[in-house]
Design a protein around this ligand. Structure first.
Ligand code: SF4
Ligand code: SF4
Length: 376
């Protein structure tokens, strides 16, 4: 049985966040038994892109800061690190600076590093199914304790992102390309994520669900405000509860189902105790696509439903080329100064959709998909 704490936190007011994170951590099992004086703790937020926590796309600096304060108060050393989805030189430092993460956490006494310029280590993954080796940030495997600090968000490839998928950021820059190339289907990519998770194995997770993202992130209503902090010593269970709060069965999320089946954590709601705000629900939450077994079977037998292509809306694209940096398949060109996707080369990872600063990439569906989901 795993325990997951759910605590209300209506805003990013620093005092409110400190109190909510402290309460959630305590209810979720506490850090005392995990922290030794002088030990090093890697805090791994989700810093996908150059947007702050209010945007719904990244972990807020104050949530990370609350954990830095707790760790420092117990005489341990805090290191905050991540590598964003953007892959141009200096992207990691830019995201740390623009989100205010670096200034806030350094002021609180943490070391802060972009994994793009950090020391790396090439390591084998015992029991890896798709990913047998990986070049990762050394801090991810050498720290005494890793805490995953995800954001509550949908993802167009993995349905939901959370504490497990958050660890993809320990792969710096181009290494992420390898993961996407090896994990082309939902199931394969879920195995890549579980392989990485089994390597890093965070001992605690805290989710920033004060704000978040639902749907395909393209409209203002996709930015949601659940006003919650979640915490658990079982990152898989934490993600499972986030799914449940949003009305989604955790076992319909390939990453969580596979993590559960591989014994990496608990995703079965019957085996999870929720404490704190047990009646909390996330309203107005939409998914990028349907996930039920009936829906998957329907997709299998109805080819018209299977079409899910990324498409650039020309009127919204300003030719900034951020999607070119993000594309692991090098499938994006700029014939007329605006992005154009080569669907033959595209592996449907939807990194371009996630990382376009102008939200100019959408999912183009088959005719039945359009009728069921709308869009083009
Ligand atoms: S699609 Fe988005 S990321 Fe790509 S060039 Fe256009 S505006 Fe930039
Ligand atoms: S075009 Fe977009 S969806 Fe296709 S491989 Fe590149 S980043 Fe992924």
């Amino acid at each position: 049985m795993s325990t997951v704490a759910v605590v209300k936190c209506a805003s990013y007011d620093e005092e409110e966040v400190d109190a909510a994170v402290a309460e959630a951590v305590e209810l979720g099992g506490g850090l005392e038994s995990l922290l030794a004086r002088g030990s090093t703790v890697l805090l791994k937020p989700n810093l996908l892109e150059v947007r702050d926590g209010e945007s719904g796309a990244t972990t807020d600096r104050r949530v990370v800061g609350a954990l830095v304060k707790m760790i420092r108060a117990r005489g341990a050393c805090a290191l905050v690190g991540d590598s964003p989805g953007l892959r141009h030189r200096g992207a990691g430092d830019t995201v740390l600076d623009v989100t205010g993460m670096r200034a806030h956490c350094e002021e609180l006494g943490a070391a802060v590093e972009s994994f793009e310029s950090a020391r790396l280590t090439d390591t084998s993954i015992a029991g890896g199914i798709v990913l047998k080796r990986a070049v990762v940030a050394a801090a991810a495997v050498e720290s005494d304790l890793v805490i995953s600090i995800p954001k509550l968000k949908t993802h167009s490839l993995t349905v939901m992102t959370g504490a497990v998928k958050n660890l993809y950021g320990v792969l710096p820059g181009g290494q992420k390309t390898l993961g996407h190339v090896l994990g082309r289907t939902h199931a394969e990519f879920a195995d890549v994520l579980c392989d990485l998770y089994s390597l890093v194995r965070p001992r605690f997770a805290v989710m920033d669900a004060v704000t978040g993202m639902s749907g395909t992130w393209r409209t203002q209503k996709d930015r949601i405000r659940p006003g919650l902090i979640l915490a658990s010593a079982d990152a898989v269970a934490l993600d499972a509860v986030a799914c449940e709060l949003a009305g989604l069965s955790p076992m319909d999320v390939p990453t969580l189902r596979q993590a559960h089946e591989r014994g990496l954590g608990v995703a079965d709601p019957a085996l999870i105790e929720v404490v704190g705000e047990t009646s909390a629900r996330i309203e107005d939450f939409t998914l990028p696509y349907r996930t039920s077994i009936a829906w998957r079977l329907l997709r299998l037998f109805a080819p018209a439903l299977q079409k899910e292509d990324p498409r650039v809306v020309p009127e919204l694209c300003d030719g900034c080329r951020a999607c070119e940096d993000a594309c692991p398949a090098h499938a994006i060109g700029y014939p007329d100064g605006r992005a154009q996707i080569d669907l033959e080369g595209c592996i449907r990872c939807f990194c371009c959709l996630e990382l376009c600063p102008r939200r100019a990439v959408e999912i183009e569906r088959g005719w039945l998909g359009k009728r069921l989901f709308g869009g083009r």
